[in-house]
Design a protein around this ligand. Structure first.
Ligand SMILES: Cc1ncc(COP(=O)(O)O)c(C=O)c1O
Length: 353
C-alpha cells in the first residue's frame, strides 16, 4: 500500500501469473506454453522485420494481420480486432461491453483473470459454480445477465462445451455480450467462430500464445460482429493505438498463414496428452477429460500441494491453485514426449515414497 496510489489502485487484486523462474532449467509444465517451437516461417518473418523501418510506428489498424485472420476464418477484416495477447483483448472487452449495473456471469472455477477484470471495472460478478464433475452448468447461464464470459475449453479444467450448448447461452439473452475465450480450442475443442455471422452478441477471443507457440510475442484477437469490433477500437484508441509492434505483426501474420504447421504440432500435443492421461490413471489419478494442452488431475491418497513442491524440488514445474474446490488438484501443461516421460517417472517415484 502507498499514499501515492489512488483509490482505484488500492482496491485492485492483481492476477498472479505462473512463475517463469531463472534459477535453473526446469521442465516447464506450469503456464500452458507450447512445447514445440513456432513455425520456421514465423521466425524468418520476424527476422526479416528487423530492419531500419523499426524507427517507424507499426500499423495501428494491423490491416495485413487482420486480413490474414479474416481470410482464415471466412470473415471480413471488420470482424477482427487484434491486441497485445488475448489478456489485453479480454480486459478491453470487459471495459467495453459490461456495466456496473448488471452482473457479469462466469464460473467459480475458470480463468482467474476474469475476476480481476471485473474488479478493475467495478463490475458485479454472478459467479456460477461448476457442477460436481466440473462441467459448466449451462442452464444457469441461460438466465439474463449483464454479460457472460466462458473459456471453451474451460481453464484450468480443460473440459469443453459443444457448439449447440454455447448457442443456447448466446440465444438466451440477445441484449448481452457473450465472450467465448477459445485460448485452447485448437487442441481438440469446437470453435464457435462459424456462429459469428448469426449472432451480433457473440465475441470469440483467441490467441497465438498456445496453438501458435508464440506466447513470447503477445498476439491475441477477437472475432465478432463489426459493431462489437468498433467498440473495442474506440477503447483501444483511447489508451494506446499501437498495441502490436512491427515484429509481432510480421510473426503473427506468418503464423496465421502457416496454421498447418501449428495443427501438426497440436496433433503431437494431443497424442502426448492421451498417453500421459493413461499413465496417470494407471497410477490412480483422476483426470478431468481434457480438450486443451493441459490436464487437471487429483489423487485421493496424495496431497496435491505436497506433490507440487516435491516436483518443483526435482526440477518440474506444474500449477497449483490454493482455491476452494480445487485445492487438491494440479494443472499440468503437456510438454514433449520426453518431458512427459520424465514427469511420469518422477510422479511414480514420489508416489511410491
Ligand atoms: C483461458 C485463457 N484465456 C486467455 C489467456 C491469455 O493468453 P494470452 O494473453 O497469452 O493470449 C490464457 C493464458 O493462460 C488463458 O488460460
Amino acid at each position: 500500500m502507498s499514499k501515492y496510489w489512488n483509490e482505484r489502485i488500492h482496491k485492485l487484486e492483481p492476477y498472479v501469473p505462473g512463475e517463469q523462474p531463472k534459477d535453473k532449467r526446469y521442465i516447464k509444465l506450469n503456464t500452458n506454453e507450447n512445447p514445440y517451437p513456432p513455425s520456421p516461417k514465423v521466425l524468418a518473418a520476424i527476422q526479416d522485420a528487423v530492419n531500419e523501418r523499426l524507427r517507424l510506428y507499426p500499423d495501428p489498424g494491423a490491416d495485413e494481420l487482420r486480413a490474414a485472420l479474416a481470410a482464415y476464418n471466412d470473415l471480413s477484416s471488420e470482424h477482427i480486432f487484434v491486441g497485445n495477447g488475448s489478456d489485453e483483448v479480454l480486459a478491453f472487452s470487459f471495459m467495453t461491453f459490461f456495466s456496473p449495473d448488471r452482473p457479469v456471469m462466469f464460473a467459480d472455477i475458470t480463468y482467474s483473470f476474469y475476476k480481476v477484470y471485473a474488479n478493475l471495472c467495478s463490475l458485479k460478478a454472478n459467479v456460477i459454480p461448476l457442477d460436481d464433475a466440473f462441467n459448466i452448468p449451462v442452464k444457469a447461464f441461460l438466465k439474463p445477465s449483464g454479460g457472460v464470459v466462458i473459456p471453451n475449453p474451460n481453464a484450468p479444467t480443460g473440459q469443453g462445451l459443444s457448439v449447440e450448448l454455447v448457442r443456447e447461452i448466446i440465444e438466451a439473452d440477445p441484449d448481452r455480450v457473450v465472450i467465448i475465450d477459445e485460448a485452447y480450442v485448437n487442441f481438440g475443442g469446437k470453435s464457435v467462430v462459424p456462429l459469428i455471422r448469426d449472432y451480433p452478441n457473440l465475441l470469440v477471443v483467441q490467441t497465438l500464445s498456445k496453438f501458435g507457440a508464440l506466447a513470447g510475442i503477445r498476439v491475441g484477437f477477437a472475432l465478432g460482429n463489426p459493431e462489437l469490433i468498433q467498440g473495442l477500437n474506440r477503447l483501444k484508441n483511447s489508451i494506446n493505438s499501437y498495441t502490436i509492434d512491427r515484429l509481432a505483426l510480421a510473426g503473427a501474420k506468418a503464423a496465421i498463414e502457416d496454421y498447418d504447421y501449428s495443427s501438426q504440432m497440436a496433433d503431437r500435443v494431443i497424442r502426448t496428452r492421451e498417453r500421459t492421461i493413461n499413465k496417470l490413471k494407471e497410477m490412480g489419478f483422476s483426470v478431468i477429460p481434457s480438450e486443451a494442452n493441459f490436464i487437471f488431475i487429483t489423487h485421493q491418497k496424495y496431497d496435491a500441494e505436497s506433490i507440487f513442491h516435491n516436483l518443483r524440488d526435482k526440477g518440474i514445474l506444474v500449477r497449483y491453485f490454493n482455491q476452494p474446490r480445487i485445492s487438491n488438484y494440479l494443472r499440468v501443461s503437456i510438454g514433449t514426449d520426453e518431458e512427459m516421460k520424465q514427469f511420469i517417472q518422477t510422479m511414480g517415484e514420489l508416489i511410491r515414497k
